[in-house]
Design a protein. Structure first.
Length: 365
């Protein structure tokens, strides 16, 4: 079984099965792949009736789905049928190739009138099959595509050969993208808990971890706990600037780079300035050192060995965004804030009715 994420989501929100997440999810579904636009209903009726009779969901992926076809699918969906219309990813020849990839992945055929495969003649055995499919307004994630293993490998070899032979960088990028989607897998992370609040909190943690992992894959990792920013401040120590004004800005930046490490130490009940001073002394100008402070156990450790790391992208963008905001504030010369309001203290409830001997408190307020 194979998995794939493709660009292109449901055509209409009426196909949504989970209103909270705004997704459409089905299991053990048929997949109809069509190369052209679907706007005439008559050719679609035979396979539509067969799929509804089978009781299994039908996913229709085509260049576009409009007119009476779309309205009929929406009407049947509102009546309880398991249907969804999805716009095929890509354009032109790239879209055709993507559809062929999905056909191999799901074990189905692409309906191509130009080569004699007509929609009205399609049977259930010509459709692709998936164990699970999740569709949003932007993406479609195919899980457990039931294509033949050998055919998938042959398809991958064909794409790889085409990528090696092409002289166009654009085509090579598209071919490599298709190859990655065809060979790559999709992991499913299931989050559980004893209450909805706990599940929601855990899901947020998992989402943060996934985003951090993606950022780490893109640009790599550095020692965490504010160490990377702290050690980068040593580069600024001997940096020459043009005038005193720039020197002030340089010192502000150098002090700002020390703040994350100081704050983490302070949150652990320690003196941040002492910890930072000792780390800089131990580094002795070596900006590539992996030494750092583990605030949880209050020990100086190798940050990589301790598993305390940060994605380079996170550190870089945080520093760039902070510098951008600071620069904007210094050039605008003014910051507008909402003036705090003096709210009167809320009166004590009850009016004294249930507190014997204190009935006059209401008058004192």
């Amino acid at each position: 079984w194979y998995q794939r994420r493709v660009h292109g989501g449901f055509i209409s929100p009426y196909f949504v099965t989970d209103a909270k997440k705004q997704t459409c999810e089905y299991e053990d579904a048929f997949v109809l792949l069509h190369e052209k636009k679907l706007s005439t209903l008559k050719p679609l009726i035979p396979i539509l009736e067969k799929s509804i009779q089978s009781g299994r969901p039908l996913i229709i992926i085509a260049e576009d789905i409009e007119g009476e076809v779309l309205s009929t699918l929406i009407l049947n969906r509102l009546r309880g049928s398991k249907l969804v219309a999805v716009k095929a990813p890509g354009f032109g020849d790239n879209r055709k190739a993507n559809l062929q990839d999905m056909a191999v992945l799901t074990g189905g055929k692409v309906v191509q009138p130009d080569v004699g495969i007509k929609l009205e003649e399609v049977d259930l055995q010509d459709l692709g099959q998936v164990g699970k499919i999740t569709i949003t307004k932007d993406d479609t994630v195919i899980l457990d595509g039931r294509g033949d293993k050998i055919e998938v490998e042959d398809r991958c070899d064909l794409i790889k050969t085409q990528a090696d032979q092409t002289e166009s960088n654009y085509e090579r990028d598209k071919l490599e993208e298709r190859l990655a989607k065809l060979k790559g897998g999709v992991a499913v992370i299931k989050v559980g808990g004893s209450s909805e609040v706990e599940v929601s909190e855990k899901k947020d943690r998992v989402t943060d971890a996934l985003n951090a992992t993606r950022a780490a894959v893109e640009e790599g990792v550095v020692p965490g706990g504010g160490m990377a920013l702290l050690y980068s401040s040593m580069i600024l120590k001997d940096l020459e600037v043009g005038n005193e004004v720039q020197k002030v800005g340089l010192n502000i930046l150098r002090k700002a780079l020390e703040v994350p490490a100081k704050t983490i130490a302070a949150n652990a009940g320690l003196e941040g300035a002492v910890i930072v001073g000792k780390l800089l002394e131990q580094a002795n100008g070596d900006t590539s050192t992996r030494r750092g402070f583990d605030a949880q156990v209050e020990e100086y450790v190798d940050m990589f060995d301790a598993g305390i790391i940060d994605p380079v992208k996170v550190c870089r963008t945080a520093l760039a965004d902070a510098a951008s905001v600071a620069g904007l504030l210094t050039t605008t010369e003014a910051v507008i804030v909402e003036e705090p309001k003096d709210e009167p203290a809320a009166p004590m409830g009850g009016g004294g009715g249930g507190m014997g001997g204190m009935g006059g408190m209401g008058g004192m307020m």
